[in-house]
Write a protein that binds this ligand. Structure first.
Ligand code: FAD
Length: 154
């Protein structure tokens, strides 16, 4: 099957946008990701999927912890920055939650300990057990067919 066809099919699934953050020996690293889902209520588990070429992979392996920051519609520039889509210097405001770096102003900061890891194809799936949550009001940043957007309420 053609890679482009597969990518186009996956792009038909509209998602929110997150930035995953983590910290290794006080060095903070962030990466934009939309492969995120809730897995379980009891215990509280979430899933992220990290490509094997991403620097984030070894960072999470080393830290054994990560934060999922769900972006608001005001944070498109941050998404582009943490995806390496813009090279301009921008100022990034982090907050610390239970000693983990999180993005200020996100709709949700979800702090996780890595519970299990599954290598599947060219990605590694991390199941995270949620240890801390911080919520803010606002509208979500969305992603569909490779384009950013905003939610239209019906
Ligand atoms: P880099 O490419 O080195 O870093 C990414 C950017 O973040 C760089 O600009 C870097 O300067 C900046 N940065 C990192 N840490 C900091 C810091 N502490 N302070 C300030 N800036 C910092 N890939 C996946 O594997 N899984 C996904 O689910 C996924 N979803 C995506 C969804 C969208 C909407 C987009 C646009 C991309 C997605 N990607 C995903 C691709 C991924 O975001 C990029 O490949 C990214 O560049 C990989 O990051 P990296 O860890 O290799 O680090």
């Amino acid at each position: 099957m053609d890679d482009r066809l597969f990518r186009n099919a996956m792009g038909k699934f509209a998602t929110g946008v997150t930035v995953i953050t983590t910290k290794v020996e006080e060095a903070v690293h962030g990466m934009t990701a939309n492969a995120f889902m809730s897995v379980s209520l009891n215990p509280k588990l979430v899933l992220i999927s990290i490509g094997h070429k991403a620097k984030m992979l070894e960072k999470i392996m080393a830290a054994n912890k990560f934060v999922v920051n769900i972006l608001s519609s005001d944070q498109k520039e941050l998404s582009m920055h943490f995806a390496g889509q813009i090279k301009d210097e921008i100022s990034v405001d982090f907050v610390t939650i239970n000693d983990m770096p999180a993005l200020k102003g996100s709709l949700a900061n979800i702090v996780c300990n890595v519970k299990s890891t599954y290598i599947e194809g060219d990605h590694t799936l991390f199941i995270g057990e949620v240890t801390d949550l911080l919520l803010n009001d606002g509208e979500p940043l969305t992603y569909f067919e490779g384009n950013y957007g905003k939610m239209i309420k019906s």
